[in-house]
Design a protein around this ligand. Sequence first.
Ligand code: XMP
Length: 523
Amino acid sequence: MSEPNASEGPKGGVLIVDFGAQYCQLIARRVRELGVYSRITVPERAMFTFAHMRPTAVILSGGPRSVYEHDAPALDPKILEQGVPVLGICYGLQWMAQHTGGEVTPAKEGAEYGRTELHVQDGRDLLAGVRQDGTVWMSHGDKVARLGPGFAVLAKSQPCPFAVVGDRQRRFFGLQFHPEVAHTEDGGTILKNFVLDIAKCRTDWNPGNLAETKVRAVRELVGDRGEVVMGLSGGVDSSVAAVLIHRAIGPRLHCVFVDNGLLRSGEREGVEALFRDQYRMDLEVVDASERFLGELKGVSDPEQKRKIIGRVFVEVFREKAKHKRDAKFLGQGTLYPDVIESVAAHGGATSTIKSHHNVGGLPKDLDMTLVEPLRDLFKDEVRALGRELGLPSSLVDRQPFPGPGLAVRCLGEVTREKLEPLRFADRIVREEVEQRGLHTKLWQWFAVYLPQKSVGVKGDARVYEDVCVLRIVSSQDAMTADWELLPVDVLKRIGNRILNEVRGFSRVCLDISSKPPATIEWE
Ligand code: XMP
């Protein structure tokens, strides 16, 4: 996947130059939460994107490199001559200092990692409303040693004399800490001060209002040049994308829903009822469960399971797409994080923790033009758009469900004998949590099948059966997660129901691991 075309997307807003920051997406989200459009670009393309986007302000992100390394990310210093306010964060500040006559050196005693206190010297504009001696979160090995002409110190921290600096004349500001992370007190105030008060960006970004623009864009792209085929998973992203595309081209959209035998209870029926019966979409349901389970026979390695499921999905989908005579276009529910993750050129190799599989992860050699109406949106924005389009809350607010389905919750070899009790237990967890509205504060709530026998007694007989694990977590974005404790009476009821109604479990356990170090899914 590539970066969105520079000409795509609205004009104005904040252009964020990604120097390889871990938190770049967070900056973009914080800006959008202020009602201001933001987009991320790599340093090499920054001027090009600037020319098309005509942003009202620029933010330079942090990054893992040193400005004095010979192959440090190359940003054209002309970005400082465009007459727009610039906020440099961490590496971004160091880059700005270096290009405005200042000096950057390795920090040695000045290096700071983690929380530190910020002593405000000048509490006007950028730091208006920021508390004295509040906590900020730093992570830097280099430091600004000397400021260039025009800059003044606005705040210090114990080892860092240039924690916040600014040149009011040119509206250039720099922070040596990260305002976008939750550990920085008043970080949101600083970003708001910069974006709204200093840069005076227009607050006209409202993803809920995008429906008509998106529909028009799909119509323009597809025109009368053919038909669109897309895989519908029943998840939020592909559903919202399908509804948009359907609004644009009606019966020329063909959706394919692959039943891989790894779905939750009621999933397939729900998709049929909504998309075929209610939206009247052309929906083909392919029952490929035999094929998936056949290929998974005897396989217990988690990565191998994921790879097999991904591969078989592509095979099945490809066979179906071939039959759509005129389908030159492939619809996908790709989101902005998928796009920017693949262009964060300086982020270093993030190791593959798990190979993710999405309906969106189809290979290029299908030789079709992609239709991806959500590729500039974050997940919460897609939800807002889904609501605007009238999709039911049961769909828009549903918990994420992984592409490989129940296979990653059915440890070891995947068999029908294990899937059946797992599916039933999962349904019980969902019913008990959702009936009480407890899910609104949760990220995911599901059951896991642990093929570990333990002794129990049912009726008067000794049983030797497997373990059902409850995984209930809260999270902002799935990067980190906390386990959550449901009210004890609800846990008791879930435990009782699973042990009494589901065959195959002699024990129900609660997973009390946070992420990291655990992951949310068990495989
Ligand atoms: P982990 O287990 O890595 O999961 O903590 C993070 C989030 O991603 C979901 N997940 C997936 N989603 N395809 C997906 O679309 C996948 O292959 C996949 N694996 C995990 C998981 O449910 C959690 O929300």
